[in-house]
Design a binder for this molecule. Structure first.
Ligand code: PGA
Length: 251
């Protein structure tokens, strides 16, 4: 079946990577993209902020896109240790992940904070990838859809358009665990997300919806075949050139 939305395969390197390995990884992905000659999908890498500039250089004109993993809501000011969306943009980043469950848990980020960060991304000219997803307890209690709806309503700013928004569905219990939902569960969640988005914005049918959580080369084809999945947000497997390219190929 032909895809109507351009697939996006995003690597979230998290707090991994010192210069030598990270630049080899970036260069390897750039080489892989060139060799494969894909023009019908986007490949994105989100290194730690310390490496955004060097990774930009390493991917050169290959077409591999670079993004940040988080940003502050403000453009500048007295916020020690934080990074503004404008700073990422200044280095050439095109995307920023906001509301990853690790940020929500480690840093107490609420939907309101995530929403402010998504607005900051727009202000700076970045495309936000807004992450949502239920915990295992929420799934087992039968609350998956209500949690997703609440997170979407709270985290996606008013004025969203398909060109300015990517949503990543990442069940918290699937992140870094090797566990994945079934394709039917992914399809159900994505259909629900798109339905909720339709109540919030005009272009909901064109918004790219990524699945994330233990995606690897060997399960990517199956997960990507689920209805309404337009790509992947990949953690652990994005740190290996071959794995990341295998996922990109499977889309
Ligand atoms: P994982 O992480 O692929 O290692 O499960 C995904 C993510 O957190 O984005």
């Amino acid at each position: 079946m032909a895809r109507t939305r351009r697939p996006l395969i995003a690597g979230n390197w998290k707090m991994n990577g010192l210069r030598t390995d990270a630049l080899a990884l970036a260069a390897g992905i750039a080489k892989g993209l060139k060799q494969a000659g894909w023009t019908d999908r986007d490949l994105l890498v989100c290194p730690p902020a310390t490496l955004v500039m060097a990774v930009m250089e390493a991917v050169g004109g290959s077409g591999v896109l670079v993004g940040g993993q988080d940003c502050h809501a403000k453009a500048s000011g007295a916020h020690t240790g934080d990074i503004a969306a404008e700073m990422l943009r200044d280095l050439g980043a095109a995307f920023v992940i906001v509301g990853h469950s690790e940020r929500r848990t480690d840093h107490g980020e609420t939907d309101a904070i995530v929403r402010a960060k998504a607005e900051a991304a727009w202000r700076a000219g970045l495309l936000p990838i807004v992450c949502i997803g239920e915990t295992l307890a929420e799934r087992e209690a039968g609350n998956t859809f209500s949690v997703l709806a609440r997170q979407l309503k709270g985290s996606v700013p008013a004025g969203a358009t398909a060109a300015r928004l990517v949503v990543a569905y990442e069940p918290v219990w699937a992140i870094g665990t090797g566990k994945t939902p079934t394709t039917a569960e992914v399809a159900d969640a994505h259909a629900h997300i798109r339905k909720e988005l339709a109540g919030m914005m005009a272009e909901a049918s064109q918004v790219r919806l990524l699945y994330g959580g233990s995606v690897k080369g060997s399960n990517a084809a199956e997960l990507m075949a689920a209805g309404d999945v337009d790509g992947a947000l990949v953690g652990g497997a994005s740190l290996k050139v071959d794995e990341f390219l295998a996922i990109a190929k499977a889309v």
